[in-house]
Write a protein that binds this ligand. Structure first.
Ligand SMILES: C[S@@+](CC[C@H](N)C(=O)[O-])C[C@H]1O[C@@H](n2cnc3c(N)ncnc32)[C@H](O)[C@@H]1O
Length: 394
């Protein structure tokens, strides 16, 4: 079947209409004419793969990655980087304009390198290969190199070949000088690996002297352990945190809540410009690292709570600034309600999913003005988009 693509959906798939049904097509770009193979047909929609491109878009590029057809790691590596940034900007703008009926300012998207940006990878394997999962399956694509991660990680991937690895997480510091490797499985070159990395954990046993690596952002240092969260883009994270810092410097808040604080990174980054900060995260490893990070940065005005935000948020009053950085699911209904009641002067909403961001903004919009949204391309070559929204009490 042949069809013409009208636009992209939020996942970077081409959209066309077949027999009045919306059709989502992998690897197809606006204005292209493509031959498709239908993979799923439901009452209201069709899903399909592109099998032949009859008329190609000027924005199409040949993906640099040899695994791009099968690997589920990237989904939009066939679009030029310029168009990818435009796609993400428009995705945020269109979602927000559709759901919130107001002219909200969307600032220019911030981006950096399109490859070599990730400081972390999780790979799966068996006795023969390690690699990423194939798109929408648990089959493994055997990889020698991933273009999204830094060279140090690729070096370690190659040292791990010919082992029996079920799963491995490799993390580096942003300057790539420190490496953490956490393996589930069996390896036959433990000593070699130990000589190349700072932290080696195999089946939960720590073989190295250290159990965390140290990452630097601006003038702050942060411990990151195997189970702790750390932003993956080693270039854009500083730009994101600097945006938060600029706002904090401007408003000079007395009391700050850093919700979904991870290892305390944002709170510590802005700590010199506020009197008191409370960080909340439910992950034990994050909060253990956050407390160490507090010491590491001699930061005496921050305290951390290990709990769910929704369990604790009712306890706070008279907060000048609330920073939220939730997971992709966004804020839960209770947290949204309390944020509305709290009437903090400012909320900085760091989001990694424009869809849940828009849902949350629609509700917060009753109590707060949305000053602007700034998208950040934290995850190049994928459809995911980070952003910062500034809300001010009416
Ligand atoms: C996107 S990360 C942000 C971390 C941090 N702000 C940073 O920049 O590194 C989201 C964090 O939310 C935490 N989290 C997820 N759901 C939570 C909940 N219901 N309550 C508290 N923390 C939660 C996760 O452990 C994770 O650290």
């Amino acid at each position: 079947m042949i069809t013409k693509i009208e636009k992209l959906d939020n996942f970077g798939r081409g959209i066309s209409y077949i027999n009045d049904k919306i059709c989502f097509i992998e690897n197809a770009l606006p204005n292209e004419e493509v031959e498709i193979e239908i993979t799923k047909e439901k009452k209201k929609f069709i899903e399909a793969n592109t099998i032949n491109i009859l008329e190609s878009s000027i924005n199409r590029i040949k993906p640099l990655c040899p695994y791009s057809n099968e690997c589920g790691g990237c989904n939009i590596s066939h679009i030029s980087y310029e168009k990818e940034n435009e796609f993400k900007y428009n995705k945020v703008k269109d979602l927000v304009n559709k759901i919130i009926n107001k002219n909200i300012i969307i600032k220019d998207i911030i981006f950096d390198k399109e490859y070599d940006y990730r400081n972390k990878i999780v790979l799966h394997g068996n006795s023969k290969i390690i690699g990423q999962y194939k798109k929408l399956t648990n089959d493994i694509v055997n990889i020698d190199k991933c273009l999204l991660v830094n060279d140090k990680i690729n070096e370690i991937i190659n040292l791990l070949k010919n082992n029996n690895i079920e799963e491995v997480t490799i993390k580096t510091s942003n300057d790539t000088k420190q490496v953490l490797v956490d393996i589930k499985g069996e390896i036959n070159n433990k000593d070699l690996l130990l000589s190349k990395v700072n932290v080696l954990i195999i089946n939960n046993k720590i073989y190295s002297k250290d159990k965390s690596i140290i990452n630097e952002i601006g003038n702050k240092k942060y411990y990151v352990s195997k189970d702790s969260f750390f932003q993956v883009n080693r270039f854009v994270t500083k730009k994101l945190y600097d945006e938060v810092l600029d706002i904090v410097k401007e408003i000079k808040p007395s009391k700050v809540l850093d919700l979904y604080c991870g290892t305390g990174t944002i709170g510590i980054y802005v700590s010199e410009y506020c009197n008191e900060i409370i960080g909340i995260d439910y992950n034990k490893s994050n909060i253990e690292d956050a407390n160490k990070n507090k010491e590491l940065n001699s930061c005496n005005n921050i305290n951390f709570i290990c709990n769910k935000v929704e369990n604790k948020i009712d306890e706070f009053k008279d907060i000048d600034l609330i920073i939220v950085d939730p997971p992709r699911s966004g804020l839960d209904a209770h947290t949204r309600e309390i944020l509305k009641e709290m009437k903090s002067k400012t909320i900085i909403y760091v989001s990694c999913d424009p869809v849940t961001l828009t849902r949350d903004l629609k509700e917060l919009n009753d109590t707060y003005n949305i000053n602007y949204i700034k998208p950040f391309n934290m995850f190049p070559r994928t459809y995911h988009c980070e952003s910062i929204t500034i809300l001010e009490r009416r």
